[in-house]
Design a protein around this ligand. Structure first.
Ligand SMILES: CCCCCCCCCCCCCCCCCCCCCC(=O)SCCNC(=O)CCNC(=O)[C@H](O)C(C)(C)COP(=O)(O)OP(=O)(O)OC[C@H]1O[C@@H](n2cnc3c(N)ncnc32)[C@H](O)[C@@H]1OP(=O)(O)O
Ligand SMILES: Cc1cc2nc3c(=O)[nH]c(=O)nc-3n(C[C@H](O)[C@H](O)[C@H](O)COP(=O)(O)OP(=O)(O)OC[C@H]3O[C@@H](n4cnc5c(N)ncnc54)[C@H](O)[C@@H]3O)c2cc1C
Length: 668
């Protein structure tokens, strides 16, 4: 093994806690760590055959072809583990999450939507009969599905979708049509060339009446030849900022027929004679989206952990400028400004992972209640998934970009893997619901909840209980000198912001504005209120879960994790200072106190920075970065990667003779 950079060696020597203990804690136990490592090692053993050519230099088509080849390996293993009884509906998140984390495909998987939306839509929205018919084939990948909801003209406004599915009671089929250019399906992952089936979301017409959007299982390509079926126009939508392996596609229909039993009918049905039977709640049809929003929050922690590992390790080996004349140049990690860029990002990895795990558990609990017919918590889980998806994606993208900038010029290199990590993660701010739109959904739920509190009607669901408590207790002066107090401060901010939005809207409506206009005029504040609520959820979950988890850890680990929670809460208190000053009774002394506490925390955590990212246990093959490798040989790797540039395969490029030389001689 190559020699490890001396600075990194020193960092590891001075780490005050046991890195393995933290890894195991975050995995959920030694058995889980072992399983994860086995899955990751398998993926790493399947490193690819495009030897020597970094992915960035592959053409668009080659990137897709590599992504297909890799998908078959990843999902082939999932299938094998399933045959051996090792992948079940209970652990698929971990299995897939581990395999995808360890894959060397940075362009995304064209089979992702098959697992992440096609199957969940069948599970969530299919009848028992439909699930029995379609799920085994999908689970075995005998058929490959996509999710075609968004159209050229509409993504956010699902009720505005234009694709039609008109029931024909004579043949007992739905006839699918794309009546306008803007009704063409656009974006479906894997839809371009990969899938042969798709969930298609369309306006249902029966007995001459439009009954709103419903989901259909639609075959789009022949199962043998893979040719598009007659009546189907399908293709790839072209190159994007990143994720070019995902194979997003377009889809149009011309009188294309599907049998009646291919409308997903768990919640609403069309009977043979065309009679429509309503769902208990039409939003149950949006179940797959809620599920994916939960998965995305979970996925974000992975993206951010990669960026944080790369930038922290690099900052330990990068030396720049002399802090004191005559001394050795400083590791850039020793600059407080650098710690301010990186350590909140490290803390956010832990905060997001822990909150996403909790959200996953809440989602499963609520889903079981929904299956048992109890819809009481449906609005709450929707509001929770919306805001956590929005804030986790926004924070992740922002922190990754900060990590990239913290690596100076080398962070701009594709070989650092930071540009690709950023451009892949930032897509999540848009897909599965634009973040602003999702925060407005959460705000809608909060505004309703506030009115219930005001009117003392209804029973509050657990995640908004604090609004009532803080309303009655208020914020008599508390020093923001503990995380518990900061969390309480944020609860008050959230409560007051929601109260103020509702009050403003009521005033506007009383002065003659329509409710819709009053909503639009208040929407900047509503988005901020939803964000504040989400900050409460993340901060309080991180705080309480770490307290719980560290009951059984070593005191050394407990100390560093408590510092991490404090750092995260103080960071956000300082970021949201204007809110705290406006809505609580803190004063300038509190602010001074927060600032010096923050500086102390950065200094306390500095010696453990490398240990905290080592604990993510991301192997070099997974980081795929010249800057972030375990041995810290950043400069050697940068040069090695530069030599792989296709331009270096010949000493003189032909353009010299064709253009440059004639130009230099004044002949062009
Ligand atoms: C089995 C194996 C599994 C394996 C898993 C393994 C995992 C492990 C591997 C990890 C790797 C991960 C990789 C990830 C890669 C991802 C790839 C990319 C994926 C990207 C896919 C997409 O991108 S796919 C398209 C998504 N496209 C949207 O996301 C549109 C947004 N747009 C809306 O979502 C609606 O349009 C919008 C705004 C709500 C308004 O809907 P609308 O107009 O109908 O409703 P209104 O606003 O009028 O609201 C009327 C009332 O409905 C309430 N309500 C609304 N929605 C509700 C809901 N869902 N549930 C309950 N209630 C709801 C609302 O709160 C109101 O309630 P109330 O009346 O009481 O106030
Ligand atoms: C990488 C990627 C993969 C995707 N995969 C899929 C897929 O597999 N299947 C699928 O069906 N779709 C997919 N999508 C589409 C995605 O779900 C939509 O792009 C997303 O829901 C946003 O919708 P939009 O594009 O219509 O944005 P728009 O709604 O047009 O947003 C444009 C702007 O308008 C604002 N806006 C819109 N409505 C409101 C409002 N009511 N109030 C305030 N502001 C508003 C938004 O905030 C935004 O600033 C994918 C998208 C991406 C980028």
């Amino acid at each position: 093994m190559a020699k490890i950079n001396e600075d990194l060696n020193r960092e590891r020597e001075k780490c005050s806690f046991n890195v393995k203990e933290l890894t195991i804690l975050m995995d959920g136990g030694p058995e889980k760590t072992k399983e994860r490592k086995e899955r990751e090692n398998f993926m790493i053993s399947k490193r690819d055959t495009y030897a020597g050519i970094p992915e960035d230099y592959l053409s668009y088509k080659e990137q897709y072809e590599k992504a297909v080849k890799k998908s078959v390996i990843v999902f082939g293993l999932v299938r094998r583990l399933q045959e051996e009884g090792k992948t079940t509906i209970h652990n698929y998140r971990d299995v897939l999450g581990n395999l995808l984390r360890a894959s060397d495909v940075s362009t995304g998987f064209p089979l992702a939507l098959h697992y992440i939306m096609f199957m969940p839509a069948i599970i969530n929205q299919g009848t028992d009969e439909q699930t029995a018919r379609w799920l085994p084939r999908a689970w075995d990948c005998n058929i490959i599905g996509s999710y075609a909801q968004t159209e050229l003209g509409h993504g956010t406004f699902i009720r505005g979708l234009e694709t039609t599915a008109t029931y024909d009671p004579i043949t007992k089929e739905f006839v699918l049509n794309s009546p306008t250019l803007t009704s063409y399906k656009w974006w479906g992952g894997g839809l371009g060339q990969t899938a042969n089936y798709s969930i298609v979301v369309a306006q249902l017409y029966t007995k001459g009446e439009c009954l709103g959007v419903h989901s259909f299982i639609v075959q789009v390509r022949d199962e043998e030849t893979h040719m598009p079926l007659p009546g189907i126009k399908i293709g790839d939508i072209g190159s994007k900022l990143a994720l070019n392996g995902i194979n997003n596609g377009f889809l149009g229909f011309n009188n294309y027929r599907v049998p009646r039993n291919q409308m997903l009918m768990k919640h609403a049905q069309v009977l043979e004679d065309g009679t429509y039977v309503k769902s208990r709640n039409p939003k149950l049809n949006y179940g797959a989206m809620v599920f994916v929003r939960v998965v995305i929050a979970f996925d974000m922690a992975n993206y951010l952990s990669k960026a944080a590992t790369i930038s922290v390790r690099y900052s330990a080996v990068r030396r720049q400028c002399q802090s004191k004349a005559g001394e050795q140049e400083s590791q850039v990690l020793d600059y407080l400004t650098q710690q301010h860029k990186l350590l909140p990002a490290v803390a956010a990895c832990y905060a997001l992972k822990i909150t996403a795990n909790k959200l996953w558990d809440t989602f499963n609990t609520v889903n079981e209640e929904l299956l048992a017919g109890n819809l009481q918590r449906l609005p709450e889980i929707h509001a929770l998934a919306c805001c956590l998806k929005a804030i986790s994606t926004y924070d992740t993208a922002t922190f990754i970009e900060t990590c990239r900038l913290a690596c100076g010029g080398h962070g701009y290199m594709h070989s650092s893997n930071l540009p690709t990590t950023y451009s892949s993660a930032v897509a999540a701010c848009t897909y599965e619901g634009d973040n602003t739109v999702l925060l407005l959904q959460t705000a809608r739920f909060l505004a309703k909840t506030w009115q219930e509190i005001d009117n003392e009607t209804g029973k509050l669901t657990p995640t908004v209980e604090y609004l009532k408590t803080t309303k009655s207790k208020g914020f008599s002066h508390k020093w923001l000198n503990t995380t518990d107090n900061i969390v309480y401060g944020f609860e008050v901010v959230s409560m007051r912001k929601i109260a103020s939005c509702v009050q403003n809207m009521q005033k506007r409506v009383a002065s003659g504005m329509t409710f819709e206009d009053a909503w639009n005029m208040s929407s900047i504040q509503l988005v901020a209120a939803a964000e504040a609520h989400c900050r409460v959820i993340i901060l309080s979950t991180f705080n309480s879960e770490i307290k719980e988890l560290t009951k059984t850890t070593s005191p050394e680990l407990k100390r560093v994790l408590s510092q991490l929670v404090d750092l995260y809460s103080v960071y956000w208190a300082l970021e949201k200072l204007s809110d705290l000053l406006q809505y609580t009774t803190i004063n300038h002394e509190d602010v001074d106190g927060l600032r010096s506490w923050y500086e102390d925390l950065l200094t306390q955590l500095r010696p453990n920075a490398v240990g905290l990212v080592d604990a993510f246990d991301l192997k070099d093959e997974m980081l795929n970065s010249t800057l972030g490798s375990y041995d810290g040989r950043a400069y050697e790797r940068l040069l090695e990667a530069a030599l792989k540039s296709p331009l270096n395969s010949e000493p003189v490029n032909h353009t010299f003779h064709k253009y440059l030389k004639p130009f230099m001689l004044g002949k062009l």
